[in-house]
Design a protein around this ligand. Structure first.
Ligand SMILES: [Zn+2]
Length: 316
């Protein structure tokens, strides 16, 4: 057997060196953690990469491999039971890979959003802002040239954080987005989801009674927290596109339908978040009994979400 790291219990993190020290004449194949009772194969504890998953981004090892594994990983994430059935306490945790993958997802979604956000910005400028009477694209290009296109590209990428304001004679740099893609508005809904997913992690790690009951090492909770960020990134980009195209769509489709489909999307995201954490506890980490912990997590998470909404409506 090849020892690649400190041998710990894959579930609770209990150091197994003492157990190994008692081996004298022969090595047993299977073991049991004296702390949490998890049964494992000693080979997996000594070399966790033995059980790497072929479809999973965290185990890809390269950016190209990550890209190839993204569809399968996203599909399994969409149905949390599928994900957690395979990503259990025995599955090796690779935080660096996970963070790189999240940044990749963020970059790709942001790049896809450039077109609708850019069109939204453009329509706002031409209809409501710089040219109250409207301007044609030809006229715009004649006045601003390639630099004008680059300004618009920059603003589509930078919204709602930074923007370049330009009139024929002046140019200046500003924090914040346009009128329709206000900074505060575009981070409100994602921050509600961020607070709800964070409270699940807090319940698992910080509250002593639940932590004691679950017997899960922090790294597993951190993995679930990082994976939940996918939903926040998704909501953020969808909301950003929705805000910037709102004025553009007005008059073409019924705004009511837009609002209803947006609320439906938020409802489904909420259900997903609850399901993801419940499945983590029950299927992934096999905590028993799990129902009390799941109900507690759901209540705390709803309270956190509601508190964030209240905070936003008072201070924003
Ligand atoms: Zn253990």
């Amino acid at each position: 057997l090849k020892q690649t790291h400190t041998p710990i219990c894959p579930k609770c993190g209990y150091d197994q060196s003492g157990e190994i020290a008692t081996w004298e004449t022969q090595c047993p194949l299977d073991g049991r953690c004296p702390e949490c009772g998890l049964r494992f194969a000693w080979a997996d504890v000594l070399d966790p990469s033995r059980v790497d998953l072929i479809w999973y981004v965290e185990h890809a090892g390269s950016k190209r491999g990550m890209l190839r594994r993204t569809p399968a990983t996203l599909f399994k994430l969409l149905i949390p039971n599928l994900y957690w059935r395979q990503v259990g306490v025995h599955t090796r945790i690779e935080f660096k890979g996970l963070i790189v993958w999240l940044l990749m997802i963020m970059a790709v979604l942001h790049a896809l959003a450039i077109v609708p956000v850019g069109i939204g910005n453009w329509l706002e400028r031409t209809r409501y802002n710089a040219w109250p009477n409207g301007t044609s694209f030809e006229q715009y290009f004649q006045d601003n040239g390639v630099a004008g296109l680059l300004y618009e590209l920059h603003n589509a990428i930078g919204a709602p954080f930074v923007r370049i304001e330009y009139q024929p004679a002046t140019i200046s740099y500003h924090f914040g987005g346009y009128f329709n893609l206000d900074f505060a508005a575009s981070i409100q809904i994602p921050s509600i989801f961020l607070s709800m997913m964070t409270i699940w992690a807090v319940i698992m790690l910080v509250v002593p009674t639940t932590r004691c009951r679950a017997q899960i090492r922090g790294a597993h909770v951190m993995r679930a927290w990082l994976m939940s960020l996918v939903s926040v990134i998704f909501i953020y980009e969808v909301f950003r596109v929705a805000l910037s195209t709102f004025w553009w769509l007005e008059g073409y489709i019924n705004i009511m339908y837009l609002a209803i489909s947006f609320i439906a999307m938020l409802g489904l995201s909420l259900i997903w978040l609850m399901w993801f954490w419940a499945a983590a506890i029950r299927v992934g980490w096999t905590v028993r009994p799990s129902w009390l912990l799941i109900v507690l997590g759901m209540i705390a998470s709803l309270i956190a979400g509601f508190t964030t909404i209240m905070y936003i409506s008072v201070y924003a």
